[in-house]
Every structure is written in C-alpha cells, then in structure tokens.
Design a protein around this ligand. Structure first.
Ligand SMILES: [Zn+2]
Length: 241
C-alpha cells in the first residue's frame, strides 16, 4: 500500500535529480568563469568545459542518485503523515530562514569534516570513498559520484535534518539547491595547482574549486565541504593556504 507510491515518488525524484545534474553541469562552469576576479575558478571553468567526464563518475552519479531519490521519497511520504518537522505554513519571522539556512550548512560542514576524515582512513576508504576519488581530475559528474555507503551517509544526513530540525520548506529547497550547486563549483578543478587557496572568495573562508581540487590531488589535506575553518583548526589545511 505504501510501497507503490514510494516507488512512484522515487522514480519522479530520480528524473528531477538527473535534470538537476545536467542543468548544473551545463550552467555553472560558464557562470563561475564570469565572476569578476575569479582567476582560479575561471581557469577551472575553461578546463572543465573541455574535459571529458569519466564513465566511472557518470555511472556512480547515476547509481547513487537513486539513494537520494529514495531518501526524498521517504521524506515526502513521512511529511504527508505529519512525521517531519517541516513548516509549510507562512508566518515565521523573516530572520528565521537565513538562520536555518546557515545553521544547517554549518552543521553539515562540521559533520562532513569528521566523516570525510574517517572515510579516508584505510579501513573505510575502499568501501566508502574510493569511488569519489576515482578521477584525479574532477568534473561536474564527480560532485555526485558516491559509493553506495557514502551515498547512504550523505542522504541520511539530509533525511535526518527534516525529522529533527524545524525547517521552513522553502529553506529546505534553497539548501538542496545550494548544496548541489556548491558541490559542482567545488569540482571545477583549477587548471594550475600552484594557485593558492587564498584566491578563494571571502578571504579564504569559503571552500571553492582550488581548495577542493587540492584535496583530489593530495587526499590527505583539505577535508572541508563549505568553510575552511575546520581544516585550519585541525591542521589539515594545505600548507600553501
Ligand atoms: Zn575525499
């Protein structure tokens, strides 16, 4: 009784996720390349436009997207039963949405930093994270290329958030879009390794393609997702940063 709508929702969400991936991969490199002063990201954008995505990354992206689609379907069904903490009614104070938005990004960034370091441990790497590092030169497809275990952990975070944290539905949508777009931006691999992570925006506190590109070249450094402070605080920032 519940299984059929769950399957239908999963199929529909899978189509949406595929469309999202194709649109972001097509639009983000030229848009980032247009940013004023984005020397490093501009180089990455032009490199990415000409780089052929690996079949491995495409296959892994398509495979793991089913996990996210299933997670989304579970959330929609649970929300229909009133089991989530999503807020659909208008009337929340204006300052709540940005607070929720930044709070969830900070929470995800903190959890991801610890999880990312754990996934690079030799006991976990092969099972959880090796697939994401298959391509030494990332492309937009790498942003969504996860082994099943990592896909479950990442989707599990998003599903847990809607069950545990009161969030306006518009904020959740903005978060999902931001997370997806930021993932693609981080995988615009800079063409020149010597470019300093200081070239990232906002004085180097936000992670971008230079910072994360170095992680793909030297996986023992730069574990952060959105912000650089955990790498700085824990001493895992690339020394040239
Ligand atoms: Zn990694």
């Amino acid at each position: 009784m519940i299984l059929r709508p769950l399957l239908s929702l999963t199929l529909g969400l899978e189509a949406i996720l595929l469309a999202r991936t194709l649109v972001l991969i097509a639009l983000i490199p030229p848009l980032v390349g247009l940013l004023p002063g984005a020397k490093a990201t501009g180089a990455g954008a032009s490199a990415m436009r000409t780089r052929k995505p690996s079949g491995h990354d495409i296959a892994l992206s398509l495979g793991s997207s089913w996990i996210f689609a299933l997670g989304g379907a579970v959330v929609i069904q649970a929300d229909g039963l009133g089991l989530t903490r999503l807020i659909h009614e208008p009337g929340s104070p204006w300052w709540l949405a940005p607070l929720e938005f930044v709070g969830v990004l900070l929470l995800q960034d903190t959890l991801f930093y610890g999880l990312h370091r754990l996934m690079h441990h030799r006991f976990c790497y092969r099972w959880l994270h090796q697939g994401h590092h298959h391509s030494r030169q990332p492309t937009g497809w790498t942003a969504f290329a996860f082994d099943a275990g990592e896909g479950l952990l990442q989707a599990g975070f998003l599903v847990s958030v809607v069950f545990l944290i009161p969030l306006q539905s518009a904020t959740l949508l903005a978060l999902l879009l931001t997370m997806s777009a930021w993932a693609v931006v981080n995988h615009l691999d800079p063409a020149h390794e010597s470019e300093s992570p200081r070239s990232e925006r906002l004085g180097g506190w936000l992670i971008g393609p230079t910072h994360h590109g170095l992680h793909h070249r030297r996986p023992g450094r730069n574990f952060g997702l959105y912000f650089t402070f955990w790498d700085r605080f824990c001493g895992t920032a690339e020394p040239s940063a």
